[in-house]
Write a protein that binds this ligand. Sequence first.
Ligand code: KDO
Length: 336
Amino acid sequence: MITKLTRRSVLSTIAAASMLAGTTATTVAADQMTFTLATAGSETDMRSAAMAKVFAPMVAGFADYQPGYNATLFAQGTELEAISRGNLTMSIASAQELAQFFPEFSIFATGYVHQDAAHQVRVFNDPLMDPFKKTVEDELGVKLLSVMYLGRRHVNLRQTRDEVDVQTPADLAGVNLRMPGTDAWQFLGSALGASPTPFAFTEVYTALSTGAVDGQDNPLPTVVDAKFYEVTKQIALTSHLVDLNYVAFSKATWDSLSSEQQMTVQRAADAASAWGRLKQLDKENNLADFIRSKGVEIYTPDLDAFRTHVQAQYVGSEFAASWPDGVLEKINALGN
Ligand code: KDO
């Protein structure tokens, strides 16, 4: 498992590095900057497409947008530190990555907390998020501009349903489930009843095809975009995490912008997230038949059994201990 970073050690190194680095936006013309973005996602991932098709043109008056897909600029999970050190302008960050620095962010990475895409937006825009955003800004030098929709994560296995029929968490006992490599992700894998194994996103297809893992969890659009349907046989629609990402932006770069440019960047991030959300929801609702046509069985397990079991694992956990009082109740109150 990837070693948990300690907040103090990482943040103090980063603070020293970023003082040296200054702004991450390289000046390429008189007043033209370069905004780099690192993501483990592909170019055709809807969040990537949203940034390229919506965000980039909106900031084009003063910034060139330069994305690096498939973790080519920075390895998955190292992007926030890169922003903080002044080596990167932007990333599509997860709550799980933020929880490596600020454990309280695990509340947004907890199974069966967010109900749907609209709930994520209400939570992100609610004052309950203000102290979370402020901590990331003050301690990491990263601004969280908007929330992107990744989708409902489901359990996707190599085995046929005859071999493993996933009805309840007990059916995942001994199943070697790839989960991304941070503590919050690994905990979620265990909470589902599986044996979680960390692999970077870019290694998942190979790990599935060689049998290094039994399965992985991701939303249907990712299963299609990454062609996981080629190397798996079933998807149990566990919906265990309505997953999100944040558009993360360098605070140093932000501070170097005029207030008009800041407004443009904020609007561009909002517009890209809204565009991407609609596209991703549309894909999510329409891909099941395509995946079935590739020979993958899709079915719904006992959702009450999964929800009850997963939620029970968090009660009394070290993650729950880090959640500020009353925040879970506020998140739930913003639900349907
Ligand atoms: C993944 O590694 O499974 C994951 O879906 C986790 C997300 O937080 C996100 O980083 C995503 O990968 C990448 O953008 C690739 O789609």
